[in-house]
Design a protein around this ligand. Sequence first.
Ligand code: ADP
Ligand code: ZN
Length: 598
Amino acid sequence: MSAAALAVLRETFGHPAFRGPQEEIVDHLVAGGDALVLMPTGGGKSLCYQVPSLMRAGTGVIVSPLIALMQDQVAAMRLAGVRAAFLNSSQDAETARGVEKALRAGELDLLYVAPERLTTPRCLDLLAACPIALFAIDEAHCVSQWGHDFRPEYLQLSVLHERFPQVPRIALTATADPQTRAEIAARLALGDARVFISSFDRPNIRYTIVDKADPRAQLLAFIREEHKGEAGIVYCLSRKKVDETAAWLVSHGVNALPYHAGMESATRTGHQARFQREEGIVMVATIAFGMGIDKPDVRFVAHLDLPKSIEGYYQETGRAGRDGLPADAWMTYGLADLVQQRRLIEMSEASEEFKRVSGAKLDALLGLCETAGCRRVRLLGYFGEDSLPCGNCDTCLEPPETWDATEAAKKALSAIYRTGQRFGAVHVVDVLRGKGGERVSRWDHDKLSVFGIGADLDEAAWRSVIRQLVALGFAAVDHEAHGALKLAGASRAVLKGELSVEMRRVVARRKVAPAARASAAAALSGEEAALFERLKAWRGAEARSQSVPAYVVLHDSTLAEIARSRPRSLDALGGIGGIGAKKLERYGPALIGLVASE
Ligand code: ADP
Ligand code: ZN
């Protein structure tokens, strides 16, 4: 069985070997079993249903929530010689009829279908009349009503089990937490499915979290110094901030585009298509963007605002470096983020239960931001995985200094207390630093004993102290009172000197060595790099003539390998990762020609 699967993998996809649990999953499905697959973004989920679809009789039906991307997925499959098509509301009736006809005639290996289409009686009847190899439910966490990707249509998908009990089903997601997993199993009637959980580690992603000072300038420096001309995603919380940040980046010479749900849909889709197809675009977006984006060469994901949870953060950052090459996950984080996220939770109309869960999720994320230990150990620990310090995150590469902040904590807590627990961080810091002003004198705060007791630390340091006090639970932000700081938790013990407090020192800018150069071309010698550039130019023309993204033709890593090993024969070329039989036949002569024209 495995030998046949391996043959399909090599012949069609051009990969030499299965990765991680792929082989076991494929075998299990080919034998007719159901599976629930939890694998990080970039882990290689697609092959888990593509290979068995090709091996079993009939058509593999893939349910995918994002119709905008089906076209590229189908184009990529066709280039590999797979007979693929899609059915969704973006196509006209005649095209859809053509696809249905091909399906009935047994001429399709893979059919991508939008969930709302699949669950119509007409589509179910159509499928019932055809041999089906399997059903794959991609982005299966969309059935979860607690997650931010909830799609009501997904709830209808349990009908697949009722109508087609004999057809194997595979549900796939990159959302790892146990609640979501249980919800998927329950709602999709996959209680008896075998569960495959991969390691969630993405070793090629470097995690960095910097203290927020001037976030735009910090972002610009990060892009210019480490990712000039490369594709990336910048996440912001609000639509307004997306628009402003994109415009600002453009005015500073970055090829940036905005994306959010408030834009006209044609513009939005256009931007998404450009991001997928063109090279080196920076997409500035709300979290509405990204699910299902399978662009392999996204070199960085930056967060200008704090996400809601580690699940969200991990899913968003996971969009970087799917090709396995070095990539960055970079975030700026400050007190205002923490205050804002807490306020969003407290002011929401949701149930107390929901607020409690959301608060706990936010706290876990704050723990990640404030940790002086390895970020990856924290991230993986959250998903239940033990690991050792990774050597590829900011805190491993440049261990943060911690300091005994007991005295500073006392001063800050006293200032919060003496000013009546009615003022926000800006005012409290002014009082601590002895900065006079209209507001300070109006409340006679310049007459307090705490006025000016903190002149030894600068403003950024005090902001960081207050942020860490809030994150550690010694102070709280009262949203009913315009963000006033209050004492909380064990603050009394700190004030009485019974508890000491360790804090991280602020670092606005980390001087970590740039990720072992992010592009595939980096390790190439001068001559190899020149060939690589010519191969890219050829690929660009090829992609344009077929109207597909460049990476659908061939990945950067494949081109780099060709530039390095200079294959002179089709045989040698066929041995390179990413070149299957179809691509060898189609592109082989041109590639050999380019290598030979040296
Ligand atoms: P996911 O859907 O889990 O995010 P994909 O299926 O898009 O991941 O795969 C991520 C990348 O890894 C793709 O570029 C794919 O070509 C590559 N890949 C997957 N499996 C293998 C493998 N066995 N060998 C080499 N590359 C692989
Ligand atoms: Zn680390």
